[in-house]
Write a protein that binds this ligand. Structure first.
Ligand SMILES: Cc1cc2nc3c(=O)[nH]c(=O)nc-3n(C[C@H](O)[C@H](O)[C@H](O)COP(=O)(O)O)c2cc1C
Length: 136
């Protein structure tokens, strides 16, 4: 499938199957993230099997289920940080789509406390991208 078809196919998914991302897909995602980090200077990070970031008392915006995997969009607070993580994050969500994985950008309905524990203290958190095999 080409890039344009992947873009058309992709839509936000908030309900995921209760299964782990396969070792093969996780490895491919890690390699892609490494490539994107190199060219962007950002620090995207894949977190797998974390039940805490989307748990707890969060605002009722969206309704996530089995969102146990996510990509942290983080980096140094450069002037164009938001534009950069949005641009390169889109590259990641389209790549995920090509692997048969679904995604959703999440800025509000995630525990920033939990996410920040997985980041370097000096870095800024943009948002996260929930990722997994979608129910819908
Ligand atoms: C920066 C950013 C932050 C977002 N934060 C949330 C969020 O906290 N919770 C949520 O359910 N969706 C969130 N979204 C997802 C949007 O609501 C979603 O993009 C919108 O529903 C459009 O859906 P589509 O991706 O299928 O076009 C966010 C999207 C962006 C770009």
């Amino acid at each position: 499938m080409n890039y344009l078809e992947l873009m058309k196919e992709r839509h936000s998914v908030r309900q995921y199957k209760d299964i782990s991302i396969s070792k093969e897909d996780a490895q491919k995602l890690k390699e892609k993230i490494e490539e994107v980090n190199k060219k962007s200077g950002l620090d995207f990070k894949l977190v797998l099997n974390d039940k805490f970031a989307f748990g707890g008392l969060l605002p009722k915006y969206g309704s996530f289920r089995n969102a146990n995997n996510y990509i942290i969009c983080a980096g140094d607070k450069v002037p164009d940080f938001e534009e950069k993580y949005g641009y390169y994050g889109e590259e990641l969500v389209i790549y995920a789509q090509s692997l048969g994985l679904n995604t959703c950008w999440v800025g509000a309905t995630v525990s920033k406390k939990v996410v920040k524990l997985k980041m370097k203290p000096s870095e800024t958190l943009g948002c996260v991208i929930a990722i997994g095999y979608g129910e819908n």
